[in-house]
Structure formats: structure tokens, C-alpha cells
Design a protein around this ligand. Structure first.
Ligand code: AP5
Length: 219
């Protein structure tokens, strides 16, 4: 199963990707997580990407495409994958299509999380993450057992810099301008499936599983 998760910031792409990855033994490539890893490690790419990400802008297509092609190429052929947060511009979508065509490894579907702005603002203002592992919590919807502390490692949780209200508003505008045209792009290719991103995780997961069954991606 090879899929793209499309949707605005805070739609729940990362949260659902982690569940699907475990359930179906898929590789999970999240561009935001990979870029944040580069920043933490101080690689050349990380240095170039840091201020762009903190401002809520998009990293250039050339850098992101190059990074993602090498990540995808490293996945064993028999294993499916989830692309979370990639592609995010028409340029990236066209480049990915070309790359997968050459690899003879086309996408099976694109899950589009339709999510309202009110829900997005609530989710992002309440999101807390483990800065080392990237594990995601929400202060009300998915709280850690001890407030502010990661259940796995005992580390202090942080709020992402780009989850500041001003930056979230800017990320939403960037999504509308740059990423939402991909809905039409993938609809024309017959790959797009809309799902209700406002639903809670336990409500939405069975809907996704039913969709996989309907598309004969699982039996
Ligand atoms: P990235 O890290 O990908 O951020 P994003 O797309 O803005 O997505 P988020 O991580 O904010 O949201 P999500 O949908 O994964 O939500 P989550 O599951 O965490 O990218 C960051 C930056 O990197 C970009 O701004 C850009 O600069 C750069 N970048 C990345 N990809 C790029 C690309 N392709 N090209 C160029 N630049 C790129 O959920 C959010 C919160 O809600 C959590 O607290 C969670 O617990 C809670 N929650 C989630 N789902 C539910 C639910 N169903 N019910 C209740 N609570 C929920």
C-alpha cells in the first residue's frame, strides 16, 4: 500500500500515520520530522531549512524533492509507504509522479483530511511533542500520564515554535495557496479519497480501514 496523506497543518496526518504504519507494517516518511531531524543534527540541509520552518514557510522544492527521493529509494520494494506532508506544492507533486513512474512504483491513493479551521487551531495550540523522539500529545485529546512529561522517556514535552498562533495562521495561508491545489491534481488522477479530519482518532480509524477494504488494498 503506497499513499500520500494530504491536509492542512494539525489535520492529524502524523497521528493517523503512526497508527497505520504499525497496523500494516508500512514505512512512514514525514517531511516535517525528517527536516527537524536534520536541524537537530546540524546538517547542511538543516541549517538551510531552520529559519524557513520557524517562519511557517515551505522549504524549497529542490531540497525537499532530493531529500524525499533518497528516503523513498531506501525503502525495501516489498514494503508499502506513507508520505506524510509530501508533496506539498504542485512542483513537488509533479516531480514525485515522475520519480515513481521511473521506479515503476505508483501511488495507490491519496487520503485528504478535510478539517475545519476551528479544529486545527485547537489541535495545534494544544499540541505538545517530545523534542527527541517526535512523539505527539495533546493537552486535552491525548494527554500524557503526567502533565508535560513524555510517557516513554520521562523527558519534558515542548510546544513547537511553528505552533505559535501567528505562525499557525501563516501556515494555513501557505496551505491554501500552495498545497490545496493538489486536491484537484490527485482528483484528476482518480487517487483522491476525502476523509473527515475533524473526527476523533477512534472514530476515523475504522472509516479509513473500510476505505482500504473498498479499494481492495487489504482483504
Ligand atoms: P510538518 O511537521 O509536516 O507540519 P504540518 O503539515 O503543518 O503538519 P503538522 O505536523 O502540524 O500536523 P499533522 O496533520 O501531522 O497533525 P498531528 O497529527 O501532529 O511540517 C513542518 C514544516 O516543515 C512546514 O511548515 C515546512 O516549513 C516544512 N515542510 C514539511 N514538509 C514540507 C514539504 N513537503 N515542502 C516544503 N516544506 C516542508 O496532530 C496535531 C494535534 O492534534 C496533536 O496534538 C494531536 O494529538 C491532535 N490530534 C490529531 N488528530 C486528532 C484527532 N483526530 N482528534 C483529536 N486530536 C487529534
Amino acid at each position: 500500500m503506497k499513499m500520500v496523506l494530504l491536509g492542512p497543518p494539525g489535520a492529524g496526518k502524523g497521528t493517523h500515520a503512526k497508527v497505520l504504519k504499525e497496523k500494516y507494517d508500512l514505512a512512514h516518511l514525514a517531511t516535517g520530522d525528517i527536516l527537524r531531524r536534520h536541524i537537530k543534527q546540524g546538517t547542511g540541509l538543516g541549517v538551510k531549512a531552520r529559519s524557513t520552518i520557524e517562519k511557517g514557510e515551505l522549504v524549497s522544492d529542490i531540497l525537499v524533492n532530493e531529500m524525499m527521493f533518497s528516503e523513498i529509494a531506501a525503502i525495501p520494494r516489498e514494503k508499502g509507504f506513507i508520505l506524510d506532508g509530501y508533496p506539498r506544492t504542485l512542483g513537488q507533486a509533479e516531480a514525485l509522479e515522475e520519480f515513481l513512474k521511473k521506479e515503476q512504483n505508483p501511488l495507490d491513493l491519496v487520503l485528504n483530511f478535510e478539517t475545519s479551521e476551528k479544529v486545527i487551531i485547537d489541535r495545534l495550540s494544544g499540541r505538545r511533542v517530545n523534542p527527541s523522539t517526535g512523539r505527539v500529545y495533546h493537552i486535552r485529546n491525548m494527554p500524557p500520564r503526567r502533565e508535560g512529561i513524555c510517557d516513554d522517556s520521562g523527558e519534558a514535552l515542548i510546544q513547537r515554535k511553528d505552533d505559535a498562533p501567528e505562525t499557525v495562521r501563516h501556515r494555513l495561508k501557505v496551505y491554501t495557496d500552495e498545497t490545496s491545489p493538489l486536491i484537484d491534481f490527485y482528483q484528476k488522477r482518480g487517487l483522491l479519497q476525502n476523509i473527515p479530519g475533524d473526527f476523533d482518532v477512534p472514530e476515523l480509524q475504522p472509516i479509513i480501514v473500510k476505505l482500504f477494504e473498498k479499494l481492495s488494498l487489504i482483504s
